[in-house]
Write a protein that binds this ligand. Sequence first.
Ligand code: GLN
Length: 461
Amino acid sequence: MNHSARWSNVLLSPDRTESYLDYARGWEKRIGSFLELSPPVPASPPRGDLAGIPFAVKDNIAVEGFNLTCGSKMLAGLKSPYTATAVRRLQEAGALVVGKTNLDEFGMGSSTDTSALARTSNPWDTSLVAGGSSGGSAAAVAAGIVPFALGSDTGGSIRQPAAFCGIYGLKPTYGAVSRYGLVAYASSLEGIGVVAESVGFARRVFEVIRGIDPLDHSSVEYLPSGQTPPRPRLGVVRGLAGLSGEIERAYRRAADLARGLGMEVSEVDLKTFDYVVPAYYTIATAEASANLARFNGIRYGLRPEGTENPEQLVKGARNRGFGDEVKLRILLGTYVLRSGFQDRYYVRAQKIRTAIRNDLQALFGAVDLLLLPVFPTAAFKHGEAGLTPFQQKLADRFTVTANLAGIPALSFPMGSEAGAPLGLQLLAPAFEEERLFRAAESFAEAVPLEHPPGYSEEWRS
Ligand code: GLN
């Protein structure tokens, strides 16, 4: 289905931009998805495949002329002097950046509540989190402010907020999309991807942003097999423990639906499953401790006044600039990398990572796609009534597998229960994104997309 026509002229004149802003601001009072919202009024009608279509960008991805805060006091007020390759490719296709969206500080979290700059809520129910770390991007799409937004996924940060907000979220194959312009958290695990209101938008955006980039040496040429099995074999995982009732029901319902849609469904085991969270947090924090060392108060952002020597300056900047979650992770990463102890933590985690890759490679000999929950529960509540930071980390067990293995995964909506949307994800071998899109399109025909109360398309007509 092609919704782009209804989006392509929303910013074509000052009064259209006014009604755009009215709708967006109405939502923003309740959900706070943007850190910066300033839609352009293009001087001449844009051209290209995505001409005139508005989109939003997570605030850890650079767009020239916009802020680049990463949700951190460390970088509050920083303007980006350059544009990420993925954003530039979308702009060249005619799409228009309308603003920068909120996130967990430096992408560290699962709720967007670790942002030091704003609070984002779920458009379905503002007592719930939007998920994270790309919570602002997902909330803005679910509310109908933009048809798609860019996010980043290091361990689930695109798929989990997409699931919490009832939309689509694609984490591409590692290296398929250039990371140039993405502020690094854990470079070997992460990439830029997209949250979208439809499979059609997710696919089109992915086609535009992917491909090798001389500015990112880990980017690769996109070479899919070109074969998409018409009747895919779908693996469902045996004996998944700890799911909430509604996610368990959604998982079973999807497996039944898949059979009805002509897929060949079989039960599979993931042998390495118990090790993914410790391996992920060892590698992610180790890389974070190295990547975040550049924020020292000298080159970028926050610079404390009145310090007497460089040591005080660096200490003061980090102390005041970073929030607790970021500090915790830098300390953990420094701990796992400390001299004499690498064998015990970092090297072991890398060995587990290899075992996970091998496990999945074997599995993809027997099935074409793997179906998993995204998160053990639907969106949880803000604050004390929700999940603790430690519980959130344990709950990353379904998402981090794809990051450790470098394979693509797409979360898709599966209806709602008690006013909160439900989402599941499909995983495929590297470069087989098209398999994910096709399967999600089949599910979409059977499960109608639901919108949060207050969602409207009228202002677009
Ligand atoms: N919840 C995960 C974490 O906190 C995911 C983060 C991400 O993908 N950026 O690390």
